[in-house]
Design a protein around this ligand. Structure first.
Ligand code: CA
Ligand code: CA
Length: 212
């Protein structure tokens, strides 16, 4: 610790306050685990400031995730699933290609399919579920696919294609072989078309008829 005068003490206090605020903010938002808090200690004050602003600026949707997970599904035997819009949804931590993931969902629940998305709040809820279960590897299959190179996208559960949240520049049909919909490539909560044989974790959903 360096020696400081009155002004320096104030600055140091300010620094410590910033550091503390940063750590508290990030921990509250589940952004860092307890073990890495001393990481911030080696930073210059300006770096702490930048990190703090960055944290405040970038954690809006994470805050919503950690504080507002979707409610439990209210269908018997599926209470461990989540209620998102009119669907019950579950995350599956199993690496499968798009087709196998879809059939896994069909077997997981009556009326089950890979998840479809119909609004921005629902899209956010689905992402919250993914981040809760696998923040480190959040790329997942959703149930969208391009219908026979038509440029038109459909859902495996046959619901309407009435919402989309592509990463800018997607779907780009790279190498003319990307036909299946993934979430969380490049941007959290955003969509990308990817090669269907790629193995990913996935979200399943079925229509929660009680809310219809
Ligand atoms: Ca395509
Ligand atoms: Ca793509």
């Amino acid at each position: 610790m360096r020696s400081v005068g009155a002004g320096g003490t104030i600055n140091l206090a300010k620094e410590l306050k910033v550091e503390r605020l940063l750590i508290i903010t990030m921990m509250k938002l589940n952004f860092i685990s307890c073990g890495v808090e001393h990481k911030a200690q080696g930073l210059e004050p300006i770096e702490k400031q930048i990190l703090l602003f960055w944290a405040v600026d970038h954690t809006h949707h994470l805050r919503r995730c950690s504080m507002k997970m979707p409610r439990s599904c209210d269908v018997k035997n599926y209470e461990h699933w989540y209620k998102v819009g009119t669907y019950c949804v579950m995350y599956f931590n199993e690496l499968l290609n798009f087709t196998d993931a879809e059939f896994h969902c069909r077997n997981a629940a009556p009326g089950g399919h890979l998840a479809s998305v119909h609004s921005s709040p629902d899209n956010n809820d689905l992402n919250c579920i993914v981040l809760k279960y696998n923040k480190k590897s959040p790329r997942i299959w959703l149930g969208g696919f391009e219908f026979f190179n038509s440029g038109k996208w459909v859902w495996t559960d046959d619901s309407n294609w009435d919402f989309q949240a592509w990463v800018p520049g997607e779907p780009n049909n790279q190498h003319n072989k990307e036909d299946c919909l993934e979430m969380n490539w490049k941007e959290k909560g955003k969509w990308n078309d990817d090669w269907c044989p790629t193995k990913k974790n996935f979200l399943c959903s079925f229509t929660n008829k009680k809310t219809n």
